[in-house]
Design a binder for this molecule. Sequence first.
Ligand SMILES: *[C@@H]1O[C@H](CO)[C@@H](O)[C@H](O)[C@H]1NC(C)=O
Length: 246
Amino acid sequence: MWISTTLIAILLHANVANGNSCPVEPILEKLTSLDSLLVGIEERLARMESSSQCSRVATCVAPPVVANMRSDKRYEVEYPGTTTYKCDKGYISNGEPGVIKCQKNGEWSRLFLVCTGVSCGVPPEVYGMKHDVTEPVSFPGTVTYSCEPGFHENENNLLSPSGQGISRCLENATWTHVEKECIVDECGDPPKFPGMVLLGSYHRNVRFTENLYYQCDGGFPSSGEYGVLTCQEGGIFSDMNLICTN
Ligand SMILES: *[C@@H]1O[C@H](CO)[C@@H](O)[C@H](O)[C@H]1NC(C)=O
């Protein structure tokens, strides 16, 4: 009775000291004497120590850093612990579980979760601006706009002193406003030509692509022949192609 109680106490102690749940081998030998019992205990302890899976608690290194997601643990984890990954804001899951397990061999099990940025779609059209992106863009992508031909940067735009024509794809799948403004090139007031009259109605400041129509005063050289002036890129009128002779 004394012997078996002591034996159990020793084995229990050995097991606890190991800090794991290695199974205690059952006592099968016939307890012939105290000496043989002690030898048996020593052998048992030695076997437990040398057994790779039982000698130490398997420990997994801190959960690996994976792009676009975060794990709920930052430090090493002991077998059979787990850690759970969740997608960062602005990223969506592929629907696979984000749990990995610290395995007996001290390696993490495979992670099946994949997180990808939400799509903001193709960048929107902005008046007077252009970009060269034709494919949908995902968070945290950006697109750079520049002024379309016939437009120029509004240097008086207080919203954008830096003049960066950038729009960002946000976490909530929307585009930021472009911090830049492009305004149409202007050619100024319609020019006057001797012997010609300006036809139709017009406004003072002629803009890019707008046309002005002139005719010779008194219909010379022949009525129905027009001179056309176009406001071009950069705010320059085209050359007058009509010649009036008296
Ligand atoms: C998206 O997020 C931005 C920045 O947090 C916010 O200003 C905007 O109102 C949001 N848009 C929508 C549709 O939720």
